[in-house]
Write a protein that binds this ligand. Structure first.
Ligand SMILES: [Zn+2]
Length: 287
């Protein structure tokens, strides 16, 4: 069993990269990829653990992009995180996020909500600050009772402190991943549309994304039903794309979702990795 999608506390998970490596070993996984949101900050610590564990520790990232007016996530697996060009590009994304956060915090301050982010974020030792973290702080300070309320009143699209994300196009994400020797996978596809009479309405979209440079689809995923998994595996066949899979493990913030098995039933076959590796060797700087 392998797991090609999980998050550490370098983005919005709760375990350190080092803890993820040992958890994967305990779970008996053959391989695990760390795929933090828009950052590769954890990959150095993570891969340094390779000498202590038999589970193969693989590099990855999850990039947020905009496609057809909605946010989609693209996994870059087997990327070379030591490639200076890739590092520079990803650091630029961090700055984009920081600019957005600064605007959100300013808007909140304008309506009298001073969330003093620095101390909170230092205490959490965050690599990437997301809206989920800001929401947590707003609740902690007593300005709202629930995450839903925070997003409704403040951070969501109709909220007082809403700031749109400066978007990254899928084409750019695909080329960055490919140029750093990685393989591009469309993450959790079922989240983007509905299954209607066995026909996923994003069929055409997946074909378009493939034309732009996507190489695979995350067919095996914690939240997928058996029907959805079977459907996406068939779609991979039809479009000649690679099926990938992972739990999207986040540690304590997703209680009950485990590395490797997800909510209990996930079992990503080892062969998935062979195809990914083959594809990564075809990349310009495949390693
Ligand atoms: Zn994820």
């Amino acid at each position: 069993m392998i797991d090609l999608h999980c998050h550490s506390n370098c983005s919005d998970g709760t375990d350190s990269p080092k803890e993820i490596a040992s958890l994967a070993e305990q779970a008996g996984l053959k391989a695990v990829a760390l795929t933090d949101h828009d950052t590769i900050a954890g990959l150095g610590d993570f891969t340094a653990q390779q000498k202590y564990v038999s589970t193969q520790l693989l590099t990855g990232i999850e990039l947020s992009c905009e496609f057809s007016g909605q946010e989609i996530h693209i996994l870059g697996l087997l990327i070379n995180h030591n490639d200076p060009t890739f590092q520079e590009r990803v650091n630029g994304l961090g700055l984009r996020r920081q600019r957005r956060n600064a605007k959100i915090i300013q808007k909140l301050a304008n309506i009298g909500i001073d969330i003093c982010p620095e101390s909170f974020f230092e205490e959490k030792r965050l690599g990437v600050l997301t809206r989920a973290h800001i929401a947590q702080k707003i609740i902690q300070d007593g300005y709202a009772f629930s995450k839903a309320e925070v997003f409704h009143k403040y951070l969501g699209i109709d909220g007082i402190a809403y700031v749109p994300f400066e978007t990254l196009s899928p084409e750019i994400a695909f080329s960055w991943i490919r140029e750093s020797g990685g393989v591009s996978i469309i993450a959790h596809p079922a989240r983007y549309g509905q299954l209607a009479k066995g026909q996923f309405i994003w069929d055409r979209a997946m074909a378009d994304l493939k034309d732009m440079g996507a190489q695979g689809i995350e067919a095996y995923y914690s939240d997928h039903s058996d029907t959805e998994t079977a459907y996406f595996l068939r779609l991979c066949d039809t479009l000649d794309m690679i099926p990938s899979g992972g739990s999207d493990y986040h540690g304590r913030v997703k209680q009950g979702c485990h590395l490797g098995t997800g909510w209990g039933k996930l079992n990503v076959p080892d062969e998935v990795l062979d195809r990914l590796r083959f594809c990564s060797f075809q990349s310009p700087s495949g390693f």
